[in-house]
Design a protein. Structure first.
Length: 114
């Protein structure tokens, strides 16, 4: 039950947004036991953002929420891949990309709790 939300100040066309969602969806498998089968992913582009007092550079903030938990090493691998994807697809340097992980204890879907 992962959810990945990508926010960036970069304006992206629909093709780029789809490519980012597709690549991020596949990258979730870097966390053992997670796959794109239940992944929900969003890309918000053109967001008014500032980093280090500057709004002239390409930046991104990515939230990754997973049901259960994983390890720092797995999160590190996913962070590296997300930063790589955003560098290649949106021109966001890895040093201008934050990735936040949240481990969720309860997750519901279709009147069912996992």
């Amino acid at each position: 039950m992962p959810f990945i939300n990508v926010k960036t100040n970069v304006s992206l066309d629909e093709n780029k947004k789809t490519t980012i969602k597709s690549r991020v969806s596949k990258a979730i498998s870097l966390i053992p036991g997670k796959s794109e089968a239940y992944l929900m992913c969003a890309v918000e582009d053109g967001v008014s953002m500032m980093f280090q007092g500057d709004d002239d550079k390409n930046i991104a903030f990515v939230e990754v929420k997973i049901f259960g938990s994983s390890t720092k090493e797995n999160y590190g691998r996913l962070t590296a891949e997300i930063c790589n994807i955003l560098s290649e697809e949106a021109g966001v340097d890895g040093k201008n990309c934050y990735v936040k992980f949240e481990e969720v204890k309860y997750w519901g879907m279709d009147s069912f709790m996992f």
